[in-house]
Write a protein that binds this ligand. Structure first.
Ligand code: BGC
Length: 304
């Protein structure tokens, strides 16, 4: 079943109908979002494709978050068609997205507009330039970024990592394990730490959210293994902060108390929206946009 979740701005009013372009090249809304810098963020995951219009000044969603199931097989054309349909649905709800920076997070190594690895998505993605396919289907330039890098960027600019200097490591725990590494706020892209060898296996095949379900592990047993994986990351990188995100970050109450991190650890604040927000921001930053330093989404802290 498709699901549509309403989020910001809280007025209940349909937001922008037209997107004017501001001095910094970033589209600005009118109506409920007058003068706001807006972007479109798309998050392509192993199970769902999600998108929304994002207020880049605050990192909050100004349209519904529209989600459809990831098509199977998840070929570039099938996924691009799904995204095009989602954007049509967003437009039908009153948000004109033309002219907005548009970014898509994809689950693999991203280089020069190509997806170079495809652990949890159809391998056909590696045979065609992803940005070209998306541009063709969406009739606009689309920047692609690794999905975990996008989520990390959102947490660094608006969430749990705002203002954090030094080394920050964000992990997204879901279908796979994604990683995003930052040094003084700058992204070191495509770190792929979910594929570290762990107990003789690719780590994500043992300790991702999907692996927990596949292996029928309870939260305690899973957390014990995840804790050992996490400990290795602390030893390799000596991070000043680790942020845990992805689908499993909604469940922190079930496992956080089993973890014994040897350094600072925080739960992601943007939850399901981080990938969307970060993809939109990456596209806007590529056009020279920078969010205000004080930006921060503070209200979505989960108990845990
Ligand atoms: C992919 C990463 C991705 C992660 C989370 C891994 O299997 O290799 O690129 O970030 O899954 O989706």
């Amino acid at each position: 079943m498709d699901e549509t979740v309403r989020t910001e701005p809280g007025t209940g009013q349909p937001a922008s109908r037209a997107a004017a372009v501001g001095n910094d090249g970033v589209a600005q809304g009118d109506g409920g979002t007058a003068g706001r810098p807006l972007g479109v963020g798309i998050d392509v995951g192993g199970t769902g494709v999600k998108a929304a219009v994002v207020d880049l000044a605050t990192g909050s969603l100004v349209s519904a978050r529209v989600r459809e199931k990831t098509p199977s097989p998840s070929t570039p054309e099938a996924v691009a068609e799904t995204i095009a349909r989602i954007i049509e649905r967003i437009e039908a709800s009153g948000h004109r997205t033309a002219g907005m920076p548009t970014g898509a997070g994809l689950p693999g190594v991203v280089k020069d507009g190509w997806l170079r690895t495809a652990a949890n998505i159809d391998h056909a993605w590696m045979e065609t330039r992803a940005e070209d396919v998306l541009e063709r289907y969406l009739a606009r330039p689309v920047l692609i970024i690794n999905d975990a890098d996008a989520a990390g960027l959102a947490e660094l600019r608006y969430g749990a990592g705002v203002g954090q200097r030094g080394v920050v490591l964000m992990l997204t725990i879901g279908t796979g394990i994604g990683s995003a590494l930052f040094v003084d706020g700058d992204l070191v892209p495509n770190t792929e730490l979910g594929h570290l060898e762990f107990h003789g296996h690719d780590a994500e095949t043992l300790v991702s959210g999907t692996a927990r379900e596949r292996r029928k592990l309870g939260w305690k047993a899973w957390a014990k293994e995840f804790d050992a994986y996490l400990d290795r990351l602390y030893r390799y990188f000596s991070p000043d902060l680790v942020i845990l995100g992805g689908g499993v970050s909604k469940e922190t109450r079930r496992y956080l108390h089993y973890l014994t991190p040897r350094g600072p650890l925080q739960v992601a604040r943007l939850l399901n929206s981080a990938g969307i927000v970060g993809a939109a921001l990456a596209a806007a930053e590529a056009r020279g946009y920078r969010p205000p330093v004080s930006a921060g989404v503070r209200e979505a802290v989960p108990a845990g």
